[in-house]
Design a protein. Structure first.
Length: 513
C-alpha cells in the first residue's frame, strides 16, 4: 500500500485537472494488486440498505463508494429486503413530491433487478451488485430475533439481515442506514452497521409545496415594495450617565469670586497728567487724565460687578444642574420602502420615571439656557483729544447723513416679516410644542420621503430619582399608506453620578471669560 501511495504522488505531479481521477483509479488498482500479493484479504461485503438509500441518496452509480469502511472491499452486494420494497411501493403514490418521484425511479430499478435477477455494475474500482434479499416469514424472525419488534419495518430489515448472516457465517453482513433508530436495533442484536455518509445525501429540493410558498413570498415581496417601510436605526443612549451636582455653598461662591478677581483684578494705578503729556507731546493733542470722580465710579462699578457675578453664579448653577442631570437619546428614522409615507404621525412616549426635556434644551447652542455672564467694568485710562474737528472737511459724511441706512448692507432685513412656505418633507409639532418636561411628544410630516438618509432625532431625558434613570421609550409611527403602525421600544437604565459643583463651575467661569 505504501508503494502505491508513492506511485500516486509521483503520478499526480505529472497530471492536472480531471486526469487525477484516472490516476486515483490507477493507484487503487496497484494497491489492489499489492494487497493481493501481500496477503491482505480483499473481501465482498453484503449491505442491507434501508429505504433512504433509494429515496434520499444519489443514484448508486453516482456516489463515491470509497469510504473508510469499504477501503479493502472490491465487491459490494446491495441487498433489498421486503420492508424496503413495501416502503418504496407505498411512497411512489405520494403525489408529485420529490420523494414520490424518487420512489418511482427506485421502483423501476427494482423491476430491472427482478428481470435480471442480479444487477451488476462497475463503479470506480468496485463491483456493485444489487439483488433481492431472501424473504423470511415474520414468525421465523420473531422466533430467531426476539429482542426486536419485527412488526416495525426497520426492525424487520435488521432481523432479516441478522438471520441472513446466521445462514452465511462466512459473509460480511452489515446494515447501511442513515437512521439512528435502525442503528440502535442493529447494535441490540449484535449486527454491524455502516452510516450513510452525508456526501451521499441529495441536496434539498423544493417540492410543489415549497415552490408554492416561494411564489407566494415573491408575490408578497413585490406587493410590499409598493408601500413605505419605516425603520429606526442607530438608537443610542449616552454612554456618559447623568450627573447630579450637590448643593453650591456660600464658601464655594466666595472661592469663585476670588477666582474671578484673579482673572480681572481691580485697577489701582492710573496714568497721571504728567505721564500722559510725556507720551503725547504733540501740540495737536490735548491730554485729560482720569478724574477722581471717574476712579471712584469705576471702583463702585467693580464692586457692583462682583455682586452681579455672585447672582450670575446662582443662576448659572441652577441651569447647569438642570442640564447635567439629562441624558441624550439619539436615533435615526428612515423610510426603506419604495414609496413615501403620506401624513406620517410619530408619537414618542416615555415610561417609568423617564421624562423628556423641552425641545429648547436641545435646540439652544449650548444645550440649555445659560445666563450671560456679567463683564467687569473698564478702568478709566484718561483721554487724548485731537485739537482738530473729527468731522473736518466732511471726512465722515455718512455718520450724520439722514438718508443713509445700514439695513441696505444686510439682505437679512429684507427677508424679515416674510412667511416661508411650509416644507412638506419636514417634521412639525402636531400638537403644541412642549415647553415643560413631559412623557409624550407628537410630531407629523406631510410626506416622509423614501430611500434617503433619514431624519435624526435627539431627545434629552431625565428621571425623577437621584440615583437612577429607569424606564423605557416607545415610538409609534403611523401613516395613511402604512399597512400597520411601526412600533419601537427600548429600555432605558442610566445610573446617576454624584459630583461636587465647585470644579464644574470654575471650568464654566474660565470658559465664559
Amino acid at each position: 500500500m505504501l508503494l502505491a501511495k508513492r506511485k500516486y504522488r509521483a503520478y499526480c505531479e505529472e497530471i492536472k485537472g480531471s486526469r487525477k481521477i484516472k490516476a486515483l483509479r490507477y493507484v487503487r488498482m496497484l494497491a489492489h494488486a499489492e494487497a493481493t500479493e501481500g496477503g491482505i484479504a480483499l473481501s465482498t461485503i453484503h449491505l442491507f440498505v434501508d429505504t433512504n438509500f433509494f429515496i434520499q441518496c444519489r443514484k448508486y452509480d453516482k456516489i463515491d463508494w470509497e469510504i473508510d469502511e469499504l477501503e479493502n472491499v472490491t465487491e459490494v452486494v446491495v441487498l433489498i429486503s421486503t420492508p424496503v420494497v413495501s416502503e418504496i411501493d407505498r411512497q411512489k403514490h405520494d403525489g408529485n413530491s420529490r420523494r414520490a418521484r424518487r420512489a418511482r425511479a427506485a421502483n423501476s430499478l427494482l423491476g430491472q433487478v427482478l428481470e435480471e435477477k442480479e444487477l451488476v455494475r462497475q463503479v470506480g474500482d468496485k463491483r456493485i451488485s444489487i439483488k433481492f434479499a431472501p424473504n423470511y416469514k415474520l414468525q421465523d424472525l420473531k422466533r430467531e430475533v426476539p429482542e426486536l419488534d419485527v412488526d416495525r419495518n426497520d426492525d424487520e430489515l435488521v432481523a432479516t439481515a441478522w438471520l441472513y448472516r446466521q445462514e452465511s457465517q462466512d459473509k460480511d453482513v452489515r446494515v447501511l442506514t442513515h437512521d439512528i433508530g435502525m442503528v440502535i436495533s442493529a447494535t441490540r442484536c449484535g449486527l454491524a452497521y455502516i452510516m450513510i455518509p452525508d456526501a451521499w445525501i441529495l441536496p434539498p429540493e423544493k417540492d410543489d409545496k415549497d415552490r408554492k410558498i416561494a411564489k407566494l413570498e415573491d408575490e408578497l415581496r413585490a406587493f410590499s415594495q409598493r408601500f413605505p417601510m419605516i425603520e429606526i436605526s442607530e438608537f443610542s443612549v449616552s454612554g456618559q450617565g447623568p450627573i447630579s451636582l450637590s448643593e453650591l455653598t456660600e464658601d464655594m461662591i466666595d472661592q469663585l469670586e476670588e477666582y474671578v478677581k484673579q482673572i480681572h483684578r481691580l485697577e489701582v494705578a492710573f496714568p497721571n497728567a504728567k505721564f500722559m503729556k510725556t507720551a503725547f507731546s504733540s501740540p495737536l493733542f490735548r491730554v485729560i487724565p482720569p478724574t477722581v470722580e471717574e476712579i471712584s465710579d469705576y471702583e463702585e462699578r467693580y464692586a457692583q460687578w462682583l455682586l452681579s457675578f455672585r447672582e450670575w453664579v446662582h443662576q448659572a448653577f441652577s441651569a447647569l444642574r438642570d442640564r447635567k442631570i439629562l441624558s441624550p437619546i439619539e436615533f435615526m428614522l428612515t423610510n426603506a420602502g419604495w414609496a413615501p409615507v403620506d401624513h406620517l404621525v410619530m408619537e414618542i412616549t416615555t415610561h417609568g420615571n423617564v421624562e423628556m426635556a423641552p425641545p429648547s434644551y436641545s435646540e439652544n447652542e449650548n444645550g440649555f439656557e445659560l445666563p450671560e455672564i456679567p463683564h467687569p467694568p473698564s478702568a478709566p485710562k484718561g483721554r487724548v483729544v485731537s485739537r482738530l474737528d473729527s468731522n473736518l472737511f466732511g471726512m465722515n459724511p455718512m455718520a450724520t447723513h439722514p438718508s443713509y441706512s445700514y439695513s441696505s448692507l444686510d439682505p437679512v432685513f429684507a427677508r424679515l416679516g416674510r412667511d416661508s412656505a411650509k416644507d412638506r418633507n419636514a417634521f412639525y409639532w402636531k400638537e403644541e410644542k412642549p415647553d415643560q418636561f413631559c412623557q409624550r411628544w407628537v410630531l407629523e410630516c406631510e410626506e416622509f420621503r423614501h430611500k434617503l438618509e433619514g431624519e435624526s432625532f435627539e431627545i434629552l431625558v431625565r428621571g425623577d430619582s437621584s440615583t437612577m434613570i429607569q424606564g423605557a421609550i416607545s415610538i409609534v409611527v403611523s401613516g395613511t399608506n402604512l399597512r400597520e403602525p411601526y412600533r419601537f421600544t427600548r429600555a432605558i437604565k442610566q445610573p446617576v453620578v454624584r459630583q461636587e459643583p465647585y470644579s464644574v463651575m470654575r471650568d464654566l467661569v474660565r470658559q465664559c471669560f
